[in-house]
Write a protein that binds this ligand. Structure first.
Ligand code: 13P
Ligand code: ZN
Length: 271
């Protein structure tokens, strides 16, 4: 059995949580990540017959039965992950049609997975339908995206168009746009179901007055997706109160998307 602390997924998870904290996206225990692991990847590092604890989840997701997830712990600080990964992170296998998470490693102080586990697992189900290569669901609290939800309409088309207009690369990075949920109580199955529904059509879902959800094939790509949207929101918050003399036009968004071979969300451009 290889040392799990040297596993590529462990190294990448520690680097990502540390970097997210450094970006100011994860104050205190803010934010959470879940990473779908391949069975073979896990079996190299763990005895998968040794279940440490069975933790009820409070929801059903039969599509995930038997799947392994590497997930951040509830109440844990991203800044501390690098110093005590086995306390702040855990590896679980989904059992009982989603109703139970079997702990195989981590949460060493008796802790458990993030309170946003329903939103994560339901989003995995949705994203795997949209893209079988999806592995990551990531939630955090980037200040500018959050700020934008106080001063910008929450209409998804308008919100997306504003972000696309803030940096030329945005339409290339998230051509399907950004979904937006109104304020909802976090940690519930309801916000999980609402997020998953949005995740069927876009890899980014803003939680108004709270934060954002991103999804992707790996941690780097998902981080980059959120990073790009947050940069656009930062520019918006710098210019929103100033007269706008120039912008990226719909025609320019269109030719950019054509040039880079991406398909822009139907009906989102006025051309
Ligand atoms: P957890 O500590 O339970 O992951 O919650 C953090 C958070 O961001 C809630 O939305
Ligand atoms: Zn949050």
């Amino acid at each position: 059995m290889k040392d799990i602390l040297n596993a590529p997924f462990m190294v990448e998870m520690i680097r990502t949580t540390t970097n997210m904290y450094a970006h100011g996206w994860d104050e205190r225990n803010g934010g959470n990540i879940s990473l779908l692991l391949d069975d073979a990847e896990v079996e190299d590092y763990l005895d998968t017959s040794a279940v440490l604890r069975r933790i009820p989840t409070g929801f059903k997701a039969p599509e995930l039965e038997g799947k392994y997830f590497f997930v951040t712990g509830t109440g844990k600080y991203f800044k501390n992950v690098q110093y005590a990964p086995d306390v702040n992170l855990g590896i679980v296998r989904i059992a009982d049609e989603g109703g139970t998470a079997e702990l195989l490693w981590g949460f060493a102080d008796g802790g458990k997975f993030t309170s946003e586990f329903p939103a994560h697992m339901m989003s995995h189900v949705a994203r795997l339908k949209a893209d079988p290569k999806n592995r990551v669901v990531m939630h955090c609290h980037p200040a500018n995206l959050l700020a934008m939800t106080y001063v910008h309409t929450l209409d998804e088309r308008e919100f997306t168009r504003t972000l696309w207009q803030m940096c030329t690369e945005c339409v290339v990075v998230f051509p399907e746009g950004v979904s937006v949920l109104p304020w909802m109580l976090c940690g519930t199955n309801e916000i999980g179901e609402a997020t998953a529904e949005k995740m069927l059509v876009s890899r980014l879902t803003v939680w108004s007055q709270h934060g954002i959800y991103g999804a992707g094939k790996d941690l780097d790509e998902t981080f980059g997706l959120i990073e790009t949207a947050e940069k656009a929101a930062e520019i918006y918050m710098k210019i929103a109160h100033l007269p706008r003399l120039n912008t990226i036009t719909d025609e320019q968004l269109h030719i950019t998307a054509e040039y880079f071979g991406v398909r822009v969300r139907e009906g989102y451009l006025n051309i």
